[in-house]
Write a protein that binds this ligand. Sequence first.
Ligand SMILES: Cc1ncc(COP(=O)(O)O)c(C=O)c1O
Length: 404
Amino acid sequence: MTASQQWADRLKAVVPWGSSTCSKAAPYMPDEPGVIVRGNGCRVWDADGKEYIDYRNSLGPVTLGYRFPAVDEAIRKQLEAGIIFGHPHPLEGEVAEMLCEVIPCAERARFLKTGGEAIAACIRLARCHTGRDHIVHIGYSGWLNALSSGGSTLPGTVSDSVPPGVPAALSALHHVRGWNDREALEEIFAKSADQIAALVVAADYARMSEGETFYPFLRELTDRHGAVLIYDEIVTGFRIAIGGVQEYFGVVPDLAVFAKGVANGMPLSVYCGKAEIMDKLDKAIISSTYAGETLTLAAAKAAITTYLGADVVGHIWRHGEKLWQGVNALFREYDLPAAAKGFWSCPLLSFDPKGPADLQERFFRAAYRNGVSLYSVSYVNFSHQDAEIDETLERLEGAVREPS
Ligand SMILES: Cc1ncc(COP(=O)(O)O)c(C=O)c1O
């Protein structure tokens, strides 16, 4: 038995799912690593010393690369001065100022630790601001906000009933509608506009380009009905553009959440937006002990400084294009009904449902065996260079050539 398998068994015995993050649990053992013990740049190593070129990036947050020197140095330096204090630290103000510079909707910014809780904070604020209770959701916005029947309980999964553990009365305040389903959105607002506090939208990765007209539609719809427009930029921020889809498509929401990508993997979420709404925080009380923890804020300052000094977003797009066009060419060459769809900086690996039922599993397993770690939404980071993309494509060619 490999060390990775032993760890997977130990984890399963004591940690439900074998991981505190459902999407990190490994379904494709023994090809998939049960645990990762270290990373460097764009590579990671499992407990048996096997190396992988990594596109999971901790499921999004590692945008610059593992052990990125400027970020790690900032953390080490701050560690010398202490981790967290009983009063605010200057970094809290400095990082908030930087975010207000780079995020179009941000006149005020405040911190939490996870994306889901920051979305929940925006929902609380929107309810306080409008005096209304109902929320319309598009896409996955964290476990805390997966409350309604038909909603996304995990990225890529949908519940067909009220999610277990959620009170029916709470669930009834939350309504899920599909990405770019304009008719259904018009309908719910026509029926209950005076009760809808906010619309929360997380982009559909495969159909991101529809944002060009869908975001203006959402802006007009929420303005017309007096609802707060909240963008979940947890994945799109610092990846599609520094300022996320609101910068890319030029349509500014009232509130937004950024998280993965702000601090290269250190736990930080940002809820930000118009002063008129954010200043309602004097009434809607949101407070958390660890929000201003300084190692993370030091990492955020270093990461944002890197983003502003180097063309990180351009790098991610260009290298993403090279990788995913190469992968799509392999799929075509080997006649596999699959494709990377969406924007090059965060595409969805999509497997044709009319193709072989086990194609996705076979492809992921073979990729792991050949030393490439993928996920349904896989990301190129700032540490993937041309040589690593070429090496990845060679390894993936080895994977798709394996006999099935
Ligand atoms: C688009 C989106 N929103 C929200 C979340 C939840 O963030 P967190 O896991 O930090 O609560 C995720 C996490 O995968 C996400 O991808």
